[in-house]
Design a protein around this ligand. Structure first.
Ligand code: NAP
Ligand code: ZN
Length: 352
């Protein structure tokens, strides 16, 4: 497909602006998708601004994609024109390493191909372009089935924020009655609250923003605690079985480790650009674990989408048009989003 409309950043300090890209024609195993909605993940911002290093410009971010199939290659079996589908954080992997064989393509030992800012598997000189565009072409095996039961704009964020929080809850076997703390009420955080509470956990929202208390309760949190109050933090010491830390900026991990019970686990999901120190004593004296987790494999993403469709779980979204993207980035950085911005891609399709 030639001349596909998109939005790109051309340098770390520049706003995103209209851009045109060429997508490859669908091969035998490919699915061509018209994108209806794309969520804005904080990772898009880290990448557009080169906060992690390694951004290749121009970059077209976006990995919370929902759309309709427009064309399929002749070997595609699972999808046909008109189907509702999704694409998440990666679009390819080697397929035969230990991780891929275990359905954990995100940990592919040969490096998964990210939906954007990754060398294309077809031509390493080309970089993948993400979902801030009207169309995308993706291998069938990396396309997800989306139920039409739920509002599709609110499903889009499940493709990253949903699976990133679902996967650790499953992997660390969070169950009914577990005391779970969620740090940071943003895109990931609000999905963590919804999903953990749907699994029966007693969820406490740990936030710097007092104005989010009511929302946290409505999302399913049983308790809300301000992390800026030293008194609160002291009172909560040793309270949690599991903490999901979604904070996007550098912060003190030790403060949250101290809130874990003996044998408790804190999973880092946020990827602050700058490192932080961990005190060994916080782990050793209570046999606590500090772990990390990256999105989820394709099989588990489908499982999560089906689970959400069954339980009626979607993201809380604020819809924007594509020309509001730079403002949306600033508002996300100011924690002023309830709780995920989603781009209505009609606004790009209809742009002159
Ligand atoms: P987001 O919507 O901006 O939410 C981040 C939240 O963290 C904010 O709402 C805020 O919550 C809290 N926060 C921000 N700055 C803080 C600070 N300096 N100190 C304490 N709390 C702070 O971001 P997101 O889209 O959820 O993404 C969160 C992070 O996860 C990003 O770093 C992103 O790159 C990463 N991520 C990782 C994966 C993965 O696979 N591991 C996948 C997707 C995203 P309060 O206002 O409640 O304090
Ligand atoms: Zn993301």
């Amino acid at each position: 497909m030639k001349n596909v409309k998109a939005y790109a950043a051309h340098a770390a300090e520049k706003d995103l602006e209209p851009f045109t890209i060429d997508r490859h024609e669908p091969g035998p195993e490919d699915v061509e998708i018209e994108i209806l909605y794309c969520g804005i993940c904080h990772s898009d911002i880290h990448t557009a601004r080169n906060e992690w290093g390694g951004t290749k410009y121009p970059v077209v971010p976006g990995h919370e994609i929902v759309g309709k199939v427009t064309r399929v290659g002749n070997k595609v079996q699972k999808y046909k024109e008109g189907d509702t589908v999704g694409v998440g954080c990666f679009v390819d992997s080697c397929g035969n390493c230990e991780s891929c064989e275990a359905h954990q393509e995100q940990y592919c030992l040969n490096g998964p191909t990210a939906t954007y800012n990754s060398p294309s598997p077809l031509d390493k000189e080309i970089t993948t372009f993400g979902g801030y565009s009207t169309h995308i072409v993706v291998k069938e095996d990396f396309v997800l089935k989306i139920s039409d039961k739920l509002p599709l704009n609110a499903v889009a964020p499940l493709l990253c924020a949903g699976i990133t929080t679902y996967s650790p809850l499953k992997n660390w076997n969070v169950k009914k009655g577990d005391k779970v703390g969620v740090v940071g009420l943003g895109g990931l955080g609000h999905m963590a609250v919804k999903l953990a509470s749907s699994m029966g956990a007693e969820v406490t929202m740990l936030s710097r923003s007092p104005e989010k208390e009511k929302d946290a309760n409505e999302l399913g949190a049983a308790h809300f605690e301000l992390t800026t109050s030293e008194e609160n933090m002291k009172k909560l010491a040793g309270s949690f079985n599991f903490i999901i830390n979604t904070v996007s900026a550098q912060h003190d991990y030790n403060q949250y480790l101290s809130l874990l019970k003996t044998n408790g686990v804190m999973v880092l999901l946020g990827v602050p650009p700058k490192p932080s120190e961990v005190q060994a004593g916080q782990l050793i004296l209570k046999r606590r674990s500090l772990v990390g987790s990256l999105v989820g494999g394709i099989k588990e993403t489908q499982e999560m989408l089906d689970y959400c469709a069954e339980k009626g779980i979607v993201s809380e979204v604020e819809m924007i048009n594509i020309d509001q993207i730079n403002e949306a980035y600033e508002r996300t950085l100011n924690s002023d989003v309830r709780y995920r911005f989603v781009i209505d891609m009609k606004s790009l399709k209809n742009q002159n």
